[in-house]
Design a binder for this molecule. Structure first.
Ligand code: WT7
Length: 627
């Protein structure tokens, strides 16, 4: 992008929500604490994160908090020895948390399983011993091709406990995708399930594993472990395949946690591929544990009585950091749901919240927009009064969906925390806390210990109100340590684009209060007659119209203006498509953003193409347009 100021900002959201007095009284971190924490982190980043590290258990403490001598290969807590699973389980077994619920799981057909910390600890140790008996040792890789099941959590923790590197491959991916990942990762073991329930169907995962493994894409692969879930018939290769039950049956419920270097790899996780070819992002034990623990406890203002539900799949970073590791590190009860949000009908999520008394619900804008289409009659049928905090991540949160969530689910009592972060950052970076003043559509400010800014390509800060590139100017503990099989990526894709800063690939602006507004991926910026406009702004204007549920906007070439906008929308349940509505929507965009947003057309769709993590596939729409 050649222009020093890459973006025009057109959308202005004026609504402001102040925290309820009760929220401030009860908050673990009140507004003064937050100011003090920011000041301390600004003056001494290392001492801020060192103090956060002191809250966890280490086998050996660090020689240095941050080694930046070989930037951008930053190393956190050098010389320290630890194991994230020791902190997620063993630490709690010594305390009152021992008998507290660690995991509540609900299957799509309505079955439910629950594990106390002690029960989870025993299950993890048994499988850790089982993996050891299959020959898995420190540094080996294990691919988990698994849906939302307790055994998925158990497998992740069992790997980490013995120093093996886990790599979850999202269960919605095809055999072809899985094969590609196995080729890249070269695992010694693959763990999977016979099948699982999704939208009333049984999805057969073991079958996909068999076809992915034809003529062995991993030279190291020795065994496949299969969990029983749907009890469908599967082919078992007697030289390679084992039932999970047989592996754990005779194992002891104690397994020593491997002593890991802080910088030893913990997991490999591929980005969702909204921004080009998925990259295998590598995170390590020490820094990740510190960053995720601190941000989980602070952002969600954890209380001992909380029941926390993150509705993301564990196959994405949100699931890794805030469904599995964050809650368990903090000794919280975490909820997991196997199935589809609309099964058997559109109130399933509200039903789960009331059934288990969920107090913190962390979800995505796309999920909210999907559920909004059904109006408030479904949430109105359930008791949602246990909720105290709502959160979202993944995409720009358009103000209309934000307000819908705030009013219809939170009943205007729960703050909505729009959290910005990435697979690469490992932890939440820019986000309000429950005591923050909220503006719908803004991710507010960077957390203490995170130095975020909006700059031009030369790295100079752009003035308030102007758009630019989102960067992180200083390292943070949960940062990824490397990209799988790509040594140059750290510089080429992240730290070398604007030298000395982490380039996030998003465009954003800061307002006069220093609040961040994310405007989408830098690759998705429209250029209409020389005006650079974030596609998220046009999408947000469209979803601000009462008939629109979801919208996605792409640029299409235009002889005169260079590029014009083309929109694809889905309507809410009682709206009807018509030529009048088409015209009204174009007028609406012009009213909201100005007539410089030239619109070619708006296409009404039943559904928008989504990535498996629920983000709209702009590329697919561009391809459909022949672009
Ligand atoms: C990209 C990272 C972190 C978990 C989910 C996705 C977009 C993320 C927000 C937000 C606007 C957001 C960005 C970012 N994104 N959170 N609150 N507001 N956009 O992880 O697949 O690594 O994607 O998701 O574009 O760069 P990911």
């Amino acid at each position: 992008m050649d222009s020093p100021e890459p973006l025009d900002s057109l959308l202005h959201e004026e609504r402001v929500f102040r925290p309820l007095p009760q929220m401030i009284i009860e908050a673990g971190i009140n507004p003064q604490d937050l100011i003090a924490a920011r000041a301390r982190a600004d003056s001494d980043l290392c001492s801020y994160w060192e103090e956060a590290a002191e809250e966890l258990d280490w086998f050996t403490k660090w020689d240095q908090v941050l080694d930046d001598s070989n930037a951008p290969n930053y190393k956190w807590f050098t010389g320290a020895r630890c194991n994230i699973v020791y902190n997620a389980l063993d630490r709690h077994i010594e305390t009152v948390n021992k008998n507290r619920l660690a995991l509540i799981w609900e299957g799509e057909p309505g079955d439910s399983r629950q594990f106390t910390y002690y029960e989870l600890y025993r299950a993890v140790n048994k499988f850790a011993n089982g993996l050891r008996s299959l020959g898995v040792t420190k540094g080996d890789r294990v691919v988990l091709y698994m849906p939302q099941l307790p055994e998925t959590v158990i497998s992740m923790l069992a790997c980490a406990r013995i120093g093996a590197v886990h790599s979850l491959v999202f269960s919605g991916f095809s055999a072809k995708n899985l094969r590609e990942r196995i080729r890249e990762i070269q695992p010694r073991v693959v763990v999977t399930v016979d099948g699982f329930y999704r939208n009333g169907q049984v999805i057969r995962l073991k079958e996909a594993v068999d076809s992915a493994l034809l003529d062995n894409p991993s030279e190291k692969l020795e065994s496949v472990v299969v969990v029983h879930r749907a009890n469908v018939e599967v082919a078992m290769d007697s030289a390679r395949d084992y039932w999970y039950e047989d592996i754990v049956r005779h194992e002891r419920a104690h397994a020593a946690a491997e002593i890991m270097d802080s910088s030893d790899p913990l997991f490999i996780l591929h980005t969702s591929g909204t921004a080009g070819k998925p990259k295998g992002i590598i995170h390590s034990h020490g820094g990740y544990m510190v960053g995720v623990h601190r941000t989980f406890k602070w952002v969600f203002d954890l209380k001992p009585t909380d029941i926390f539900w993150c509705s993301a799949d564990p196959g994405w970073i949100t699931g890794h950091s805030y469904l599995v590791y964050g809650p368990l590190l903090a000794g919280t009860t975490t909820v997991m749901y196997e199935g589809h949000a609309l099964y058997p009908q559109a109130d399933r999520l509200w039903n789960i919240i009331s059934k288990y008394g969920v107090s913190i619900f962390y979800t995505s804008p796309t999920q909210i927009r999907t559920l909004m289409r059904f109006g408030h009659r479904y949430p109105d049928q359930h008791d949602l009064s246990t909720l105290r905090i709502l959160g979202a991540v993944g995409e720009p949160f358009n103000p209309e969906a934000w307000i819908w969530l705030y009013e219809n689910i939170g009943k205007s009592q729960c703050p909505v925390l729009d959290t910005w972060w990435q697979t690469e950052t490992g932890m939440i970076m820019i986000s309000p806390m429950p005591v923050s003043v909220l503006k719908p559509g803004s991710v507010t400010r960077a957390l203490p210990g995170v130095d975020a800014d909006v700059v031009n390509l030369k790295g100079e800060p752009v003035p308030a109100g102007k758009g630019g590139f989102l960067v992180i100017k200083k390292p943070w503990p949960a940062m990824f340590s490397a990209v799988l099989n790509d040594d140059r990526a750290l510089v080429d894709h992240y730290w070398g684009i604007i030298p000395g800063m982490f380039y996030a690939g998003d465009v954003a602006r800061k307002d006069e209060d220093g609040y961040f507004w994310i405007q989408g991926r830098a690759d998705d910026v429209l250029n209409i007659a020389g005006h650079r406009i974030g596609s998220a702004e046009v999408e947000s204007a469209l979803t601000g119209h009462h008939d629109i549920a979801e919208a996605v906007v792409i640029g299409v070439p235009d002889k005169i203006k260079g590029e014009v906008a083309k929109a694809f929308v889905t309507l809410i349940y009682d709206a009807v498509e018509s030529d009048e509505l088409h015209k009204e929507l174009i007028d609406h965009i012009h009213r909201e953003l100005g007539t410089i947003v030239a619109v070619k057309s708006i296409e009404f769709c039943d559904e928008l193409p989504k990535t498996s993590s629920g983000k709209v596939k702009r590329m697919a729409l561009k391809e459909r347009e022949g672009l």
